[in-house]
Design a protein around this ligand. Structure first.
Ligand code: FA5
Length: 335
């Protein structure tokens, strides 16, 4: 009787190891361990044995039952893991799935300010300039001092600088203009230099129809022998025509920047005959050239810097510069 159960139990262990689903496991358990099972039957018949043999028979019976229980638990664990894998496979998201043809696909596009920046780069590259870059977080040396704006200079306050809480007070800042790139370029290479440097700039300006606290400028710098204000005026005129078209004119108005001498602001004409300020420019101040190790007796340069967002506003005749940062795709998708 005991051997019979032990043999059935050993077979059951093999069957459990091969069981293909949880239903099969339950069936084997019922057969070997349940109330009407071989085990229940064998247990009942223990009473028929001699009292001297009962303890040994009971121990063997329980040992066989424990092995079947362990094999059943192992089978359940194995099948549950396989079931989890199947479910994960079935529930996996296929992110490459294509939309049905009935849904029209909408193509993304570049932001109008990015389009303006790309076009500006193209225009200046066409004029023989290369594109340079500089960091958005600057030191006082690059943002101000090397540009001939010492710390006592009143022009510093006109830049509404956003300082970064790092190092000495007012030593590290978000760049207020792209002019620090002039210094970085001149430090790094010998003239002749012809570069433009577009990039993000930051000032603690309150946003209104013509101002943003984070905006974009493009800097231009030409350093060569015998460069004059006439070259600057001609370059700006050429760029304005290439960017806006033949009918738009530009003019220079005397102004002041510590890093250029003489300095000017340049305006462009609008269809109604009025003029709009686009940026500042001038002949690179000798102190700035000296700060970069360039001899102003041998080399001269001009520089300009203007707002790319303002330029895009004019080009598309937009009323409010803040439209560019509202991220309303109905507005942005027009360009
Ligand atoms: C400057 O930033 C000088 N670095 C420009 C320069 C470069 C002069 C090289 C001489 C030689 P200004 O602060 O005027 O100058 O700014 C230049 C242009 O940036 C402005 O004409 C305007 O188009 C744009 N701008 C300035 N502040 C903002 C703002 N808050 N939001 C949008 N555009 C701005």
């Amino acid at each position: 009787m005991i051997e019979g159960y032990e043999q059935a139990a050993a077979r059951a262990e093999e069957r459990l190891a091969a069981a293909a689903d949880l239903g099969a496991v339950s069936g084997i358990e019922r057969e070997l361990l349940g109330r009407r099972s071989l085990f229940a039957d064998a247990k009942r018949r223990l009473g028929d044995l001699d009292p001297g043999d009962r303890a040994e028979a009971g121990r063997r019976l329980n040992g066989a039952r424990a092995r079947v229980e362990a094999a059943a638990a192992a089978a359940r664990e194995r099948l549950a893991a396989a079931d989890r894998d199947d479910r994960h496979a079935a529930e996996r998201l296929d992110l490459t799935e294509r939309l049905p043809q009935t849904v029209p696909l909408r193509r993304g596009r570049l932001h109008p300010v990015t389009q303006a920046r790309d076009r500006l780069e193209d225009v200046f590259v066409g004029m023989g300039y290369t594109v340079a870059e500089g960091p958005e977080v600057e030191s006082a040396w690059y943002n101000f001092e090397a540009l001939n704006i010492p710390d006592w200079h009143p022009a510093r306050s006109s830049f509404d600088t956003i300082f970064v809480d790092l190092g000495e007070p007012e030593e590290v800042m978000l760049r207020a203009h792209t002019s620090p790139v002039q210094i970085r370029v001149m430090e790094g290479r010998k003239p002749p230099v012809y570069i433009v440097a577009p990039g993000r700039t930051f000032r603690s300006d309150t946003a209104d129809a013509t101002h943003l606290p984070a905006f974009n400028q493009i800097e231009g710098l030409a350093v060569d022998r015998n460069i004059t204000m006439g070259d600057l005026a001609g370059t700006i005129d050429e760029f304005v025509r290439a960017f806006f078209g033949r009918e738009v004119k530009s003019r220079l108005r005397p102004s002041y920047f510590p890093f250029t001498e003489p300095s000017a602001e340049f305006d462009i004409s609008r269809p109604d005959g009025s003029w709009l300020e686009l940026g500042g420019c001038g002949m690179v101040h000798p102190n700035v050239l000296r700060n970069c190790g360039i001899d102003p007796e041998q080399w001269q340069g001009f520089a300009f810097g203007f707002g790319i967002d303002r330029l895009a506003v004019m080009r598309h005749e937009i009323d409010d510069i803040r439209e560019f940062v509202n991220n309303d795709t109905r507005f942005l998708s027009q360009f």
